[in-house]
Design a protein around this ligand. Structure first.
Ligand SMILES: *[C@@H]1O[C@H](CO)[C@@H](O)[C@H](O)[C@H]1NC(C)=O
Ligand SMILES: *[C@@H]1O[C@H](CO)[C@@H](O)[C@H](O)[C@H]1NC(C)=O
Length: 403
């Protein structure tokens, strides 16, 4: 990352520089500010929030109503967010505490989701192993460190001795502040990590990839016994990610979501052989140290092998939008807490369509309070801002078919 000139950093750290931009204030007034939320509670419409409803739900408890947060809820669809994303490159935004904190909070101030998620990226911890990356506008993440063979893996830093406060000092600062903000806002704080396979594939390919051919070749070489580079790399990543999740918990995260963002690249067999054991290891590290902190596992594009996800060791399985919620519930069985899975493009529909999609999803998951509502993928760029508010409000308001 480019080092910022001191003057610049000083400027960024002042609170004044990070007051919500005027446009978001205007918008807030028009939509669901805290005041609006409280006002509508008065006529029994929208619940004001609840410090731990999301945490209790992710732990598998039945709750009073269905809680909700959205993947990529802090994103470019918000004008207030674009005021930063248009100006500052990704790593600067996510690694400068004052900015990352502000970007994490904007959506909660506007829509009152049941959780605040740290604004960061799944690639953020890669430098702790000596893997360098940048996020280039128009291209996405670019990783310059080559990892192709056993030698390359052995050259990486030891996963067990990573000191996250030294290598990623901003994480503690961001999460400590957000923990306080979440408490004041009567909501939960969500942390997250990328799953080992996804981080391995990103590194091996060096950037977004349509087919992940190099990664697949490495998996095949692993299978025929000609090189153990893939399993060694996954094992190292799993240890680092498990420890990184623990670090986030120690800094205040109350729930951890594991993102297997590239699960769509995997056949069921490849998932079972490579991605799954590595994710299980990362999750086990977190659960052994912090058994009471729920872990949610999300495999994007992994709903075609949902039956293989029953024993991830996570407390909750989040599903993508390509499976019907009732079907997902059936495949996972009644005992596995579930999250998901509205198609994000619904947010481009009418208010009625959005509200109907929320009610359908809740009904299919077993009724209010029986699952954690989310989209089946991140909020898309260009999503109308008010649509996100309609979705959140309807989820909090809905009392079920009988009601
Ligand atoms: C937090 O939310 C719960 C549930 O809606 C409510 O009962 C409680 O009063 C709220 N607490 C604060 C401090 O706002
Ligand atoms: C094993 O698989 C890799 C990747 O497909 C290939 O390059 C290599 O030649 C194979 N080795 C053997 C011994 O079959």
């Amino acid at each position: 990352m480019k080092i910022l000139p001191t003057i610049y950093i000083t400027l960024l750290s002042t609170t004044a520089a990070f007051a919500p931009p005027p446009s978001s204030r205007t918008f807030n007034t028009l939509h669901s500010t805290t005041e609006a939320a409280i006002a509508s509670t008065a006529n029994d419409e929208v619940n004001p929030g609840d410090r731990d409803i999301l945490v209790r739900c992710a732990s598998g408890k039945q709750v009073e109503r269905t809680p909700v947060w959205l993947m990529r809820q802090a994103g470019r669809y918000m004008a207030a967010f674009r005021q930063y994303s248009d100006k500052y490159p990704f790593r600067e935004r996510s690694e400068t505490p004052s900015m990352a904190i502000e970007l994490s909070l904007q959506c909660h101030r506007a829509y009152g989701m049941d959780g605040i998620i740290m604004f960061s990226d799944i690639l953020t911890p890669l430098p702790t192993l000596g893997i360098d990356f940048d996020v280039v506008k128009g291209i996405g993440p670019v990783i310059t460190t080559e990892v192709r063979n056993v030698e390359d893996v052995k050259k990486l830093k030891d996963a067990e001795s990573v000191n996250f406060d030294e290598t990623l000092p901003f994480i503690r600062e961001i999460l400590t502040s957000l923990a306080k903000e979440a408490e004041d806002a009567n909501t939960s704080l969500i942390g997250f990590v990328g799953a080992p396979f996804t981080l391995a594939a990103y590194t091996i390919e060096g950037k977004s990839s349509k087919h992940c051919l190099r990664t697949k070749e490495m998996m095949m070489a692993d299978e025929n016994g000609s090189s153990k580079a893939m399993s060694l790399f996954l094992d190292k990543l799993a240890a680092m990610i498990g420890n990184y999740g623990c670090h986030q918990i120690e800094c205040g995260a109350q729930v951890i979501q594991v993102f297997e963002s590239w699960a769509h690249q995997l056949s069921p067999r490849q998932f079972e052989e490579f991605a799954k054991p590595a994710s299980q290891k990362a999750i086990r590290i977190m659960k052994e140290k912090y058994p009471d902190v729920p872990v949610i596992y999300f495999a994007n594009g992994g709903s075609s092998y949902l039956e293989l996800q029953r024993d991830m060791g996570a407390d909750m399985i989040a599903v993508d939008w390509s499976v019907d919620m009732a079907q997902a519930r059936k495949i996972l069985g009644p005992d596995i807490p579930i999250s998901g899975n509205i198609d994000p493009t619904i947010l481009f529909g009418t208010k009625e369509q959005i509200e109907q999609a929320v009610r359908d999803c809740i009904d299919k998951a077993g009724g209010p309070g029986k699952h954690l509502l989310n989209l089946g993928h991140g909020v898309m760029q260009g999503t109308p801002e008010e649509a996100v508010g309609w979705l959140v409000d309807e989820c909090k308001r809905y009392r079920g078919k009988e009601a």
